[in-house]
Write a protein that binds this ligand. Structure first.
Ligand SMILES: Cc1ncc(COP(=O)(O)O)c(C=O)c1O
Length: 345
């Protein structure tokens, strides 16, 4: 089965499992897990920040960050397709008592004028704008890379208005390997950063929240409150460290697989991929043919290909460690062939 539903479906390699088995562990709720402590220091230094905290998921990491940066009744400006708005169960409202002000964008970069317009004036009936959140790479826009230049401009606007900056960098690794911009350069413009090890890097579980020391001290308490205090978590931290050291550079190949797939699919007029947006490992495929999405997805599954349907017209394919170059071209063939067969039926 070729599984392109997400880059979260990878399984740990034997080498990663060996690294996990040999990890030194302790009780992390007592801050005594040496492998987790080491990973936190290592990642904080990669990003040029003071401290970091290992958490179970990207969602928890984002939500702790938003809790750190806001007070109840405040507001967060985010892209209307941002993970924090779209896929986190209203977490900002439930966990922090804040609302998200969602703004539309083409590829995750909300026009600066629209951000300025959305920032609340200081009038007693307006919520205070506390945070501007950026997602890089942007999942629902198709793995698009948010440019450093854009980030700097948003940062200036935030600074002028005393607003904090949050980065949902679940896939910042992918942006970093493609642009070669150091992680620490991206990090300069954000108060809090969340990155995931469980996506393209191929670790089974885990994310990291990165910030200054006083935020991380507060984050320990919030993580415990959300039920994210873990015990002998060094087993997972070892997998995350292994993933950074051994798999980070391989993310370039995931982009090459995504491009190879897109070129093949675009040869058929049954589908349309905007190849100018295939910047990392995610491909958005629009269906031109008048066939039911449900039938298509089922047919693909019968032929050994799993792809996510985002709506009746759009599918998402994500390339990762457990998909080879051969799988990528095979997936394109299966997709086009299945659509042809459904039309002929
Ligand atoms: C951009 C982005 N942020 C956050 C998350 C949440 O990560 P998790 O599934 O670990 O909660 C995801 C998951 O796909 C994501 O794509």
């Amino acid at each position: 089965m070729i599984d392109l539903r997400s880059d979260t479906v990878t399984r740990p390699s034997n080498e990663m499992l060996e690294a996990m088995l040999s990890a030194k562990v302790g009780d992390d709720v007592y801050a005594e897990d040496p492998t987790s402590n080491d990973l936190q220091e290592f990642v904080a230094s990669l990003f040029g920040k003071e401290a970091a905290l290992f958490v179970p998921s990207g969602t928890m990491s984002n939500q702790i960050c938003l809790n750190l940066l806001t007070k109840p009744g405040e507001e967060i400006i985010a892209d209307a397709d941002a993970h924090i708005f779209y896929y986190e169960n209203g977490g900002p409202a439930r966990l922090s008592g804040v609302q998200v002000y969602p703004l539309k964008s083409e590829k995750g970069e909300i026009p600066l004028e629209n951000i300025k317009e959305a920032i609340r004036q200081n009038i007693y009936y307006f919520p205070r704008t506390a945070v501007i959140a950026i997602e890089n790479t942007h999942n629902r826009h198709g793995g698009t890379i948010i440019s450093l230049d854009y980030i700097k401009q948003v940062y200036e606007i935030a600074k002028e208005n005393n607003i904090s900056m949050h980065l949902d960098g679940a896939r910042l690794w992918n942006a970093h390997v493609m642009t070669k911009i150091p992680l620490s350069e991206y990090a300069k413009y954000f108060d809090t950063i969340s990155v995931c090890f469980s996506k393209g890097l191929g670790a089974p579980i885990g994310s990291m929240l990165i910030s200054n020391r006083s935020n991380i001290e507060r984050a320990w308490k919030i993580r415990k409150t959300y039920g994210g205090g873990m015990r002998q978590v060094g087993l997972l931290a070892a997998a995350a460290k292994f993933a950074i050291v051994n798999n980070l550079h391989k993310l370039v190949d995931d982009n090459k697989k995504a491009i190879a797939f897109s070129l093949l699919v675009n040869k058929s007029d049954l589908f349309k991929i905007d190849d100018s947006k295939v910047e990392t490992n995610i491909v958005m495929i629009d269906k031109n043919a008048n066939i039911s999405m449900n039938l298509l997805i089922n047919k693909l599954k019968e032929k050994g290909l799993l792809i996510s349907a985002l709506n009746e017209n759009r599918m998402r394919a994500v390339f990762h460690l457990d998909v080879s170059f051969h799988d990528a071209s095979e997936a394109a063939n299966i997709l086009v062939q299945s659509a042809k067969e459904l039309i002929e039926q």
